[in-house]
Each structure stands twice: as structure tokens, then as C-alpha cells.
Ligand binder design. Sequence first.
Ligand code: ADP
Ligand code: MG
Length: 484
Amino acid sequence: MEQTLRDRYEVVIGLEVHAQLLTQTKAYSSDINAYGSAPNTNVSAITLGHPGTLPVMNRRTIDFAIRLGLACGCNIAPTQHFARKNYFYPDLPKGYQITQDTTPICTGGQILIRTDNGSQKSIGLTRIHMEEDAGKSIHDVDVYDTLVDLNRAGTPLLEIVSEPDLRSSTEAYNYLTEVRKLLRYLDICDGNMEEGSMRCDANVSVRLVGAKDFGTKVEVKNMNSIRNVQRAIEFEIIRQIEALESGETLTQETRAFDAIKGCTISMRTKEAANDYRYFPEPDLPPITVSVAQIQEIANQMPALPHVLFERYTKTYGLSDYDAYNITDQKGLALYYEALISETKNYKAAANWLMGEIKSYLNENGIDISEFPIAPGRITALIALIDEGKISNSIAAQRLFPALFDSSETPLEIAERLNLIQSSDSSVIEAFISTVIEQNQDEVARYRNGEKQLIGFFMGQLMKVSGGKADPKAANGLLKQKLDS
Ligand code: ADP
Ligand code: MG
């Protein structure tokens, strides 16, 4: 599509995210909440909704919802009311889901994202409410029949509904990245879209730039990665603009994304939408959340990624790039926190973490939680560099790899491997004499005014000394010798 045509339209997106909570048991029963168990093994009469059974609220679900609400600056409702959402489906044995309708646990609040041009933007949250998942219908295992696995039925979910504040597919991508990061920092959801523990419905509409009212929205489902949400939105934007340009009126509908074809397909229109006949859940009395309970959860909140980002850039002087990459994964941020509790050289700590350590993780295909070197040994290595005992390059090339083979301190290893560099002038002067002897031509040119050759001499000096001459001391001595 021509950019000029596309530029005449403004894109409006609101996202609904479902997050499966990492509780031990299900939302309203003591059935185990686990992914990957043998089909239909974590299923009791309560999950099946047999007559005579009663749901009991899992308090952890409420705690997790409050944790997320506090992290996003939401208002927390003092009393939790539950509602029945009724519909028939083979993977919903009860015939209804217990959810929250008009009284979500969290309202308001926001998620901070980066926009296309790198600036920050706040995306409003409409609501976060608690509900339970349905079971899973499996269409692609048996050739003739659809199979049903009810292990997932009753898994606690949070539904996070954004305001229609997003204005591009990239913003939607960044929003989901931030939501997932937050869920992981808070330890309430593993954020794995491939396994379905985080799911997203994208509401997309377009309108002429300057138009007052929103356009008709389409809801797109069935994306199993953040990248595919972005692709689905991109497809929708073009489809909707083309439809409007050819004089069609869009209808409110639900569409599914086909990841292989890269297109969306209509599932149902608004007229065919379910009427869920919500009514107050009679089996689950309202639950009060005290101020003290909220305060206790607030006291136990971990540091959040955007707070760490602020501190790393403002207080520690890291670049936005470094701070963003370190806070991108909670494990990296925790390791960095451990490093800077033992060194004030914040920049060096960031460089080692995002340089040598990250490369090691990538090469070995492991997570930072599996990295075998304690932070204290990395900071001891940084201290050796800062004290001028070892050069940065020798530390990276020789000392860092040696840390994995020995439990000695970095200093002990450096001494054993004879890596300690000398700032002792008599030792360095001997190296300098060698360099001057071996490079008579360059010495003459230097003395004739080609002062930039100092870099060449430093290089030679490092070569001759095997990287063990302290560059600061060597530089001064070298100039002295050459200028005399
Ligand atoms: P519904 O009644 O169809 O569930 P809601 O008003 O509850 O619709 O909104 C659901 C989601 O759709 C929210 O995330 C909201 O921000 C988003 N949304 C609402 N209107 C639009 C629109 N015109 N274009 C894009 N997104 C929208
Ligand atoms: Mg709605």
C-alpha cells in the first residue's frame, strides 16, 4: 500500500491480554495447576462442576491480581464480586466460567511503553479482572474426532484490558513486551505465548486522520507470539483501509489470524456474538480485601523494570541501551544488582554483564540463572582492572575464561598465569628500550614531528610486554624516552 494513502488514516488499537497465573492450585479448587500433565489428570468433581460441588476462592489469585494492580498504579476494589458467564462449549463442562463482570479487581492504571521514535508513552488500562480458563479442545491429534483435555479448566487467569491508546503495530508489540516483562518480574505468569500461558486479542480499527469518532473495530484472535500479534495487526490495517477506500462499510466482527498465510479470516460477526447472560455467582460470596492485606503485598513487591531503568540511567550513568537490555530480563537485572552491591564501577559491571557474560550465555545456550560464576568473582576481576593490575583485554581473553576452571580468586589465578601487569618503571623501561631498538625508523619520524606515532609505539610496547605493561604508567615513560 502506498505510504501516502496509509498516512491518511490513523490506527487505533486496544489489547486484551489473558495471563495464566503461576498458582499451585486452580482458581476455585485444590486441583493441581500445571502445564504438561497427562490429559484429564488434574480434574476433580469441582472442575467438572458436578452438582453439589462448591467453588472456594484461591486467595493467591487475589494476591497476584493485587500485585499486578499495584505495579500498574491501578485502583484496587475493596470487595471482590464474582459473576457467571454462561455459554455452551465442549471444553467447558460447567457450562459457565466464574469471572468478574461489572466489578473488576483493578481499574485505571497504565503500562509505560516505548513508541516508534523511542520516546516513552503511557498506555491506559481499563481494567484487570480475575477469571478462570476453560479446557482445551484438540482438533489436530485424532483424524476423526476432537479431543478434550480439561486440565486447563479452572486455571486462574487475569484479563488485562487496555484503553484504545495504541497507535501502531509496533506500539502493540512494545506494549505486549512490557506486559510480559512485568508479569515475569512479578512472578505471577511465565508469559509464554507459545504454550498459551499468555494470550492476546487485538482490537483494531482505522479512521481518517482528524476524525472525531473511532472507526468500527475488529477483534483478532489466535496469535501465538508477540510477533504474530504485530503481523495480524499490520494485515488488518491494510485490509480495513482498502475496504474503506473501495466504499465498503466495515462490520464489527471477530477474526482469526492464520500465521502461515499471514492473513485474518472472519469467525463471527457481532450479530452472531454470544449473549453470556452474566449474573452474580451464587456459590461464591463477595470477598473483602483489607488495606493491611494490600499494604503487605506492596511491601513485598520486587523492583520493577521501569524503576530499575530510571535508576540505571539517572543514578549509575548507564546508556539507555545498556539499561534497557539489562532490565529486559529479570535474571540479568538481579545479577547486575548483585554486581553493583560489590563494585561502584557501574559502567564496567554493565559492560562485563552485556559483553563477556552475555556472550558466554549465548554460546552455551543457557540462562543467566545457570551462569556458574558468582557475582563477587566478577567484581574482584573488575577491581584488578581498576587497580591497574591487569589490562581489560587480558582480563577478557585470559582471566575470565580461567574463572570457570578454578575456584581460586581472580587475583590468585592472575598471579598463577603470570598475567599481572607491571607499573614498575624499571620493568617498563626495559620493554621501552626494546621497542626503541626495534623501530629506529619510526623513532626518527616521531622525533621529526610525527607525534601521532605514539599509538604505534604503545601497540609495540603491549606486544613486547605481552599486554602486561600498565598502559597509564607506560604512556608517560614512553613519551619521556622518545622526547629525550
Ligand atoms: P467489547 O464490548 O466488544 O468487548 P470493549 O469496549 O470492551 O469492547 O473493548 C474491548 C477492547 O477493545 C479494549 O481493549 C478497547 O480498548 C478496545 N477498543 C474499543 N473500541 C475500539 C476501537 N474503535 N478501535 C480499537 N480498539 C477498540
Ligand atoms: Mg469488553
